[in-house]
Design a protein around this ligand. Structure first.
Ligand code: FNU
Length: 214
């Protein structure tokens, strides 16, 4: 499928809005500036799962559902998300390798990303190395690690080889795109600094310019 997505952009746009029309309008206008669009529960809870198919017309869609259940439940959710044409899905890793393997197995063509450290302090901070290890063993496509904690991100990069890392925390959460890329992020997830901007297209252009300066 030919999507107008800009393959060399390092930005993943976090479309954390409720309203369908606002979401579709933003996706239409921004798709050709970003690598992918990430949706989270807000737009799904308001509009239902079919919004994934609608948005997939404009960009690759990553579903940030942070799966964190026993293997069978994670599998049921993953299979359902795949039916609606999502390009990727995000799972937690702390539930262990059995659940991660179930997600990878039931994802089909979808790329699986696992959260190994968050953009705010959390109890998984103590076990990020184990989460990386399990994620690699389970065969995920990529990891989620914090852009706004570059020291932590660098440690994760150092133990993860060349697996893709997608990193939230730039802008509203205080992180900086350049230090995140230098620490090892492949793609930067940005939400509020784009959709809350009076000029979302201009905001993305600025982030793309910054990222390509490196
Ligand atoms: P913005 N996100 C996050 N931190 O912020 N998936 C994490 O550790 C994580 C995430 C998501 O702050 C968050 O849910 F694992 O407005 C939101 O969708 O730029 C996005 O990344 C950040 O949005």
């Amino acid at each position: 499928m030919d999507l107008p997505t800009m393959e060399d952009s390092k930005i993943i746009f976090a479309l954390d809005v409720y309203d369908r029309d606002t979401g579709i309008e933003l996706a239409k206008n921004l798709a050709d500036q970003v690598f992918a669009i990430k949706v989270n529960w807000p737009i799904i809870l308001e509009n239902g799962i079919k919004i994934i198919s609608e948005l997939s017309k404009y960009s690759k869609i990553i579903c940030d559902f942070k799966l964190a259940d026993v293997e069978n439940t994670d599998k049921l959710i993953t299979e359902k998300v795949a039916q609606y044409g999502a390009w990727g899905i995000i799972s937690h890793a702390f539930t262990g390798i059995k659940s991660l393997r179930a997600v990878v197995k039931s994802a089909g063509q979808m790329k699986v990303f696992s959260v190994v450290s968050m953009s705010q302090e959390s109890y998984i901070d103590n076990v990020y190395d184990k989460l990386v290890d399990d994620s690699l063993k389970a065969g995920v496509f990529g990891l989620v690690a914090p852009a706004n904690r570059p020291d932590r991100l660098k440690k994760i990069r150092d133990i993860s080889g060349d697996i893709k890392i997608i990193a939230p925390g730039v802008g509203a959460q205080g992180g900086n795109i350049i230090s995140a890329i230098m620490a090892g992020a492949d793609y930067i997830i940005i939400g509020r600094s784009i959709y809350d901007s009076p000029d979302p297209i201009g905001a993305i252009k600025k982030f793309n310019d910054e990222a390509t300066k490196l």
